[in-house]
Design a protein around this ligand. Structure first.
Ligand code: SAM
Length: 313
């Protein structure tokens, strides 16, 4: 149902990604960017689900195929690290399934979890499919005195098939050389292709793109990712969509997209932010949310679904 809807329009889906992702067929997306919550010790998603195709399964996915979701309990929640990996693993397995043969996953994470996630991703994609570790460096916020202030996030990049992956360096906006005097004037004027260390401001408090959604990422970061790893018309997926930065940039660059978030507030922000052309807001069963639009044009949701779905990241 959802994939059929997506043939018509780009989609923003209100729902839990564990429920929604099995609805899409294998190899549907060229590019997946995800920016999950970093510290999930208190989430309801402590429960780990493994989804397998099964005649007697209770979940119905693409083309009516049935899936059985097995609850895999972690014997003890000793610490956040154990919990985080069991929370994220089934979602990363879905990401691998959903990438097309030339596709790429960008996994945005902070320095505390990055190394554990790298090992997990190696086991899912294969070490040979690790493309890059991008460091996004910024300079904002508090500065503790007892250590080096942590001012970067990590983006782990994996391809579905190393060597067959799509990567267009020429399509990426160039940046100024740090020492332009060391290169020819022509080169200095043209700028250089970014390396794997990206200096970029956070979203400015009063800037054009600010939505007030916590943890919103800058469009400039998504712009590079989408330019390099997809072509116009390709499918892009973000299943931790938040304020919809991936969708906003995909619209600017002419990519098709599916965005998923289980927080109604995120859906409201995306409704305000994204251009309405060729775009539908639906729940995980594919029912249109526009029927719930208020006279002011803002999406509203039944109290029940708010209680069921409210989540703070
Ligand atoms: C760090 S924020 C993403 C921010 C986003 N990159 C942006 O630029 O605004 C993570 C998002 O994941 C959503 N989320 C967390 N668990 C989820 C789940 N199981 N299914 C769908 N969305 C989820 C949260 O509601 C939150 O909006």
């Amino acid at each position: 149902m959802l994939w059929h809807l997506a043939q018509e329009k780009d989609l923003v889906i209100l729902g839990d990604n564990d429920d929604v992702l099995p609805c899409f067929p294998d190899e549907s997306f060229q590019l997946i960017y995800i920016d999950p919550p970093f510290n999930t010790g208190k989430l309801q998603q402590r429960v780990t689900l493994r989804t397998e195709q099964a005649e007697s399964g209770e979940r119905i996915g693409f083309q009516g195929k049935r899936y059985r979701a097995t609850r895999i309990s972690t014997i003890a929640y000793r610490d956040v690290f154990d919990d985080y990996l069991s929370y994220i693993e089934p979602k990363l397995r879905q990401a691998h399934r959903l990438l097309n043969p030339s596709g790429t996953l960008y996994f945005h994470i902070d320095y505390r979890e990055a190394h554990y996630c790298k090992v997990l991703l190696d086991s899912i994609f294969g070490r040979e499919c690790f493309l890059n570790e991008i460091i996004w460096a910024y300079d904002y916020g508090g500065r503790p005195r007892d250590r080096w202030p942590a001012k970067h996030d990590t983006i782990l990049v994996y391809v579905k098939n190393m060597g067959k992956h799509f990567f267009d360096q020429e399509a990426v906006d160039r940046i100024p050389y740090m020492a332009p005097g060391l290169v020819t004037p022509e080169k200095a004027a043209r700028g250089k292709v970014p390396t794997d260390v990206w200096w970029h401001t956070i979203v400015p408090t009063n800037g054009r793109e600010k939505t007030a959604y916590p943890t919103q990422k800058p469009e400039g970061i998504l712009r590079r990712i989408i330019q390099a790893s997809s072509r116009p018309g390709d499918w892009v997926l973000d299943f931790f969509a938040g304020s919809g930065t991936t969708g906003a940039v995909a619209q600017q660059l002419g990519r098709r997209f599916v965005l998923i978030d289980n927080n109604p507030e995120a859906i409201r922000v995306m409704h305000r932010r994204l251009r309405p052309n060729n775009l539908a807001f639906v729940d995980s069963a594919g029912r249109s949310l526009s029927t719930l639009e208020s006279p002011t044009g803002h999406l509203s949701f039944a109290q029940k679904s708010l209680e069921e779905l409210t989540y703070g990241c």
